[in-house]
Design a protein around this ligand. Structure first.
Ligand SMILES: Cc1ncc(COP(=O)(O)O)c(C=O)c1O
Length: 390
């Protein structure tokens, strides 16, 4: 893995996204009022220079016909998994996908039958419920609780759900929106509950490169044992950490079990388009040449996270748990007793994500993948909005 690019990145000076093609900034923009986009999970920072250079180089290269994943991308990915997680992955286990969501929806359909129950953490990124609902599966929400200021899965609840006939468990780790990195003991307990009850695990680990707490490690659940590996689908992508969502989708499913891999491929057949040459070039450069950029991004996000936590603690009526990973904060607004919390903050110029869509209307999710200046302005508007409630 090259760390050749040590250029100092200025995350404070970035191109304006208002008025451009940004879904995050345009969707709730209104003519008369400035609205800060802090909902959908992309960051305001441009992708790293090596990624942009790689895209330019590929544009100047040969014809843009159907493309294969470059061999170097596979090698870099496998070396990375070995180095970061001590996980030895065979190239035959990989399925290239045009995004994590086709993998999540495809995995949901690859296991069991319509009408079957599926366990999914609750709250969760709304597509976890969507994957179940659009696949005619019954989502069973696995509760979380706050323990010493830290979110944790309710393992008793998981053991209960696991014996209720569920066929698969959709896991999000690091977790969106709770911002937590699941510790090994919790992953082992969850995996055991699944193994005991013949439940396939689909782990969405798209946020794995966005670790903010330096004393914690991401552990791919499949890397815990051969048995778990054989019972799981893992989804990875560079698109969150390197901010590539607009380049075109790319993700990798790691599916060691050939039957499960075949079942996933059948679901995707003819539906999930081929990733393109530009996204392959971008992914390769991201994983090969951008370690230094990523470390600087994590440092910047850590600063935003610390600032946000301090500010939220100082606003009466709001609270949040410590964010260990991601650039997303799950903010409890229940004390404000608002009928329509999302609309209330939108009226004060901040578009957050409505927690009701993610399983809990007592919360709003805030995206702090932005400049400190934008975050300061966001918090000033949030303070005004809260003061209007009292
Ligand atoms: C947990 C999680 N999974 C998947 C996605 C979407 O992935 P993709 O754009 O690769 O389909 C997101 C985007 O916010 C996410 O947070």
């Amino acid at each position: 893995m090259s760390t050749a690019n040590h250029q100092k990145i200025d995350f404070d000076s970035i191109p304006e996204r208002r008025g451009g093609d940004s879904h995050k900034w345009n969707r709730f923009a209104s003519g008369s009022q400035d609205v800060i986009g802090a909902w959908v999970a992309d960051m305001d920072f441009p992708a790293p220079d090596p990624v942009l250079d790689a895209i330019r180089q590929r544009l100047d290269g040969p014809a843009m016909g159907y493309s294969e994943p470059p061999l170097e991308l596979i090698i870099v990915m496998l070396e990375r998994l070995q180095k970061l997680y001590n996980w030895r992955v065979d190239p035959s286990w990989l399925v290239a996908l045009p995004g994590v969501l086709p993998g999540l929806y495809g995995a949901t359909r690859a296991v069991g039958d319509p009408g079957d129950a599926i366990i999914t953490q609750s709250p969760n990124y709304h597509h976890f419920y969507g994957a179940a609902n659009y696949s005619e599966r019954q989502p069973l929400g696995l509760k979380h609780r706050l323990s010493n200021g830290r979110w944790e899965m309710d393992l008793d609840h998981l053991n209960h759900l696991a014996t209720s006939g569920a066929r698969s468990f959709l896991l999000c780790n690091p977790h969106n929106p709770l911002g937590r990195i699941l510790p090994q003991a919790e992953l082992e307990a969850a995996a055991q509950a699944c193994l005991n009850n013949d439940i396939v695990i689909c782990a969405d680990e798209i946020h794995a490169d966005l670790l903010l707490d330096t004393d914690k490690k991401h552990i791919p659940i499949a890397s815990l044992s051969t048995e778990i590996e054989q019972n799981s689908i893992t989804l990875l992508s560079p698109s969150k950490a390197f901010n590539l969502a607009g380049v075109g989708g790319f993700a990798l499913a790691i599916v060691p079990n050939p039957d499960l891999r075949g079942a996933l491929e059948r679901q995707l057949h003819g539906m999930a388009v081929h990733p393109g040459a530009l996204t392959y070039a971008a992914a390769l450069a991201a994983y090969r040449d951008c370690d230094s950029w990523l470390a600087q991004l994590q440092q910047y996000l850590r600063g935003n996270r610390d600032y946000l936590e301090q500010q939220i603690a100082a606003i009466d009526g709001l609270s949040m748990a410590h964010v260990e990973a991601t650039f997303l904060a799950w903010i409890n607004i229940s004390e404000l007793q608002l009928d329509k919390p999302f609309e209330h903050f939108l009226a004060h110029g901040v578009a957050l994500s409505d927690g009701a869509d993610m399983g809990d209307g007592n919360y709003l999710r805030l995206n702090f993948g932005c400049t400190r200046t934008t975050l300061e302005e966001m918090l000033s508007r949030i303070t005004t909005a809260v003061n209007k409630c009292t």
